[in-house]
Design a protein around this ligand. Structure first.
Ligand code: K7E
Ligand code: CUA
Length: 661
């Protein structure tokens, strides 16, 4: 197959392959390096035509999701989620700030990893996508009618929220799982301020089941399950026959708390944790476990007013594995696995060996049999461990070095990414035999087939999400955008079609057919339905109101002026709240609002929408403001002035447009 050998790997101290230092041996010629000539036709979307799929890519440390068209790879939009974004003022405006509240305070950045579309009957339904913040444990729900974040929910009693935002067949639940164990507060553990060396005794992992209200989409921590202090890495809910189950990989069954690269790589086997979430939910709803105090923020946008509000939650139900008899098991798996994926019919569960060169496939039938026969080799913290040989279906050998993730095409094939050997390996689910492999440039992490985590993958394409870009594009200094690669998987062999650079570090992505989303888009907000408490529905209602040091400016924007555009009587020390309503009732006519010296952000107002931003002037003077979005031929003329006087001046509040103040 491929004769491509881009890396020399140097293994240190017999340590993990992932320690390998990559050295480029020069990217000499290889037939797989570039696409064939006819690839251009397959990715070319002519001007004015639309892509077939939306791809939602997590942004990693951007804290956002960016949206691309497939097959063109064109960047369509970026949805701010856990990060402030000066593009439209997300996280800066009074309306949206609350979405970034946590029990640790206001956190304007995050680390998004897994984007999961909502499902009905195991298929994408186009309602929402969910995404996790790994750093400060949070989940978010994005509504796909507006491409906006509607809700964020902090997850209590947990840290390193990595195996998160996976959702069940009908999106009854979204689950979140700790990667980093922590000591839990009383009365669960021994208190949180403990010696790090007491890891094995005091630290705990935590699985969280977040219930999704099927009407509103609202998220609610339904219950948690306390777990041994392993590092839970990835997860997937079952599909079809396995739809009542959820599976998670873990490493660090050694329970190490320092130098994990060595100390968490000792055991020959780690585990897959299998939980029957349906049974667990039933048990939780019967009142098992303990309701303990916790503190976590739940932030929800009210669609009537447009304001997000924070509710501080104080309680959570925590179950112990001993409460979950018959609903929780460990399946042993080769050393420190990473990704876990479920085949479309839900019969097979596969894990990426990361430190081995194999993908291990379990079969649901085998798991069921082992459970029925009580083939339990031992228990860990009251969790029965099934025996490996009973539950394993097969090992895919020659799955490359450092296999991380698997995707399915719905035609009986699995595709796994191999990080170290930089390749995608295709194998038959039936035989476990490798049938094709293709190099990637370079160091692939996740890979995604449109609908690859549903009962019916759309197939057709496969996207490799590469970690390292190196020489694929024009260099841009020490940092370069990550590079994705699009493959055609309709034939027996994978065919490279396109490279395209993307923002941040997409850890994973999900593709939805355009037809599921495009016709449902909100194009503007009906002014009559705008119930923002600071809305100004017509120019005659525009006003400036002083109450002590607070000044509220009720302003309108329409092509091509603000009302009012001249304001006097503002004083140093005032807190000026601009509430700007865009009076347009037409698609894609936003206005902007920006003020000289504004220390937070400019804002962007969608048609029919009101947004509020606070300004604290500190110096006397006359300050121009203007529209930042080129909205008409007279966009430049869309400007105004605010006069700021000294603290004890007696300039009175006065305002207007096209009149003497
Ligand atoms: Cu493999 Cu966060 Cu899903 Cu990165 S994760 S690759
Ligand atoms: Cu309004 Cu430019």
């Amino acid at each position: 197959m491929s004769d491509y050998k881009p890396f020399k790997t140097i293994l240190t101290g017999g340590m993990a392959l992932l320690l390998a230092v990559f050295i480029f041996s020069g990217c000499s010629s290889s037939k797989n390096h570039t696409a064939n000539d006819d690839a251009a036709d397959q990715v070319y979307v002519p001007p004015g035509k639309h892509d077939e799929f939306y791809s939602f890519m997590s942004g990693g440390w951007t804290g956002n999701i960016s949206v691309y068209g497939i097959p063109s790879g064109r960047h369509l939009y970026t949805i701010p989620v856990f990060s402030q974004d000066p593009t439209d003022g997300y996280g800066y405006t009074e309306e949206t700030k609350a979405l970034l509240n946590t029990s640790h305070g206001f956190i304007p950045w995050g680390d998004t990893h897994h984007v999961e579309p909502s499902k009905t009957d195991g298929l994408y339904d186009g309602r929402w996508v969910f995404v996790n913040d790994r750093n400060t444990p949070r989940l978010a729900r994005i509504n796909l009618k507006e491409f906006r974040t509607d809700e964020t929910l902090e997850i209590p009693n947990t840290a390193g929220n990595h195996a998160a935002s996976f959702t069940s067949s009908n999106s009854e639940y979204v689950s979140a799982m700790s990667e980093y164990s922590i000591p839990l507060p009383k009365p669960l553990g021994n208190g949180t301020d403990v010696a790090i060396d007491s890891y094995a005794e005091n630290f705990k992992g935590m699985c969280t089941m977040v219930k999704v209200d099927q009407k509103t989409g609202h998220l609610n921590v339904d219950f948690q399950i306390e777990l041994p202090p392993f590092d839970y890495d990835l997860g997937r809910f079952g599909l079809g026959e396995s739809k009542d189950w959820v599976f998670y990989t873990d490493y660090n069954s050694e329970e190490a708390h320092t130098m994990l690269e060595v100390n968490a790589s000792q055991n020959d086997k780690d585990f897959v944790l299998a939980i029957n979430w349906k049974k667990a939910a039933k048990i939780a709803h019967q009142g098992k476990g303990q309701v303990v105090s916790a503190e976590y923020d739940h932030n929800v946008v009210n669609h009537k007013t447009g304001w997000a509000k924070t509710e501080v939650k104080k309680k959570v139900r925590v179950l112990q594995p001993s409460d979950l008899e018959g609903a929780i098991y460990f399946l042993p798996g080769p050393k420190s696995p990473h990704g876990i994926n479920v085949s479309p019919q839900g019969k097979y569960i596969s894990i990426g060996g990361k430190l081995s060169s194999t993908v291990t496939v379990y079969s649901l039938d085998n798991i069921r049999k082992a459970i029925a026969n009580h083939d339990v080799s031992k228990t860990i913290d009251d969790i029965p461990v099934l025996s490996f040989k009973d539950v394993e279906k097969e090992q895919v050998k020659k799955a490359g070095l450092g296999p991380l993730h698997v995707e399915y095409d719905g035609k009986g094939y699995g595709y796994n990414s191999a990080f170290i050997s930089s390749e995608i390996v295709k194998w038959s689910l039936k035989t476990g035999k490798v049938v094709d492999r293709h190099p990637t440039y370079y160091s692939i992490g996740h890979l995604t087939v449109p609908g690859g985590d549903t009962r019916k993958p759309y197939g057709k394409y496969l996207i490799g999400l590469n970690k390292i870009t190196k020489d694929r594009y024009l260099p841009t200094g020490p940092e370069m955008f990550a590079g994705e690669q699009l493959f055609d998987i309709t034939g027996d062999r994978m065919k490279l079609l396109l490279d395209f650079p993307v923002e941040g570090e997409p850890h994973n992505a999900a593709e939805l057919p355009a037809s599921l989303i495009d016709t449902a888009q909100v194009k503007y907000y009906d002014l009559d339905e705008n119930h923002n408490p600071y809305v100004t529905r017509s120019e005659s209602e525009a006003k400036v109101v002083r109450k002590g040091h607070r000044v509220d400016v009720y302003m309108t924007a329409i092509r091509s002026h603000f009302m009012p555009d001249n304001i006097e009587g503002i004083k140093i020390g005032d807190e000026v709240h601009f509430h700007v309503t865009n009076l347009e009732q037409e698609w894609d006519i936003p206005h902007g609002f920006a003020m000289m010296g504004m220390r937070n952000a400019g804002i962007l107002l969608m048609p029919g929408e009101t947004r509020s931003i606070v300004w604290n002037p500190t110096k006397k003077g006359v300050y121009p403001f203007y529209c930042t979005d080129f909205c008409s031929a007279l966009h430049q003329e869309m400007q105004g002035y605010v006069r700021v006087s000294s603290k004890n001046s007696n300039v009175k509040i006065a305002y207007g447009t096209n009149k003497e103040l």
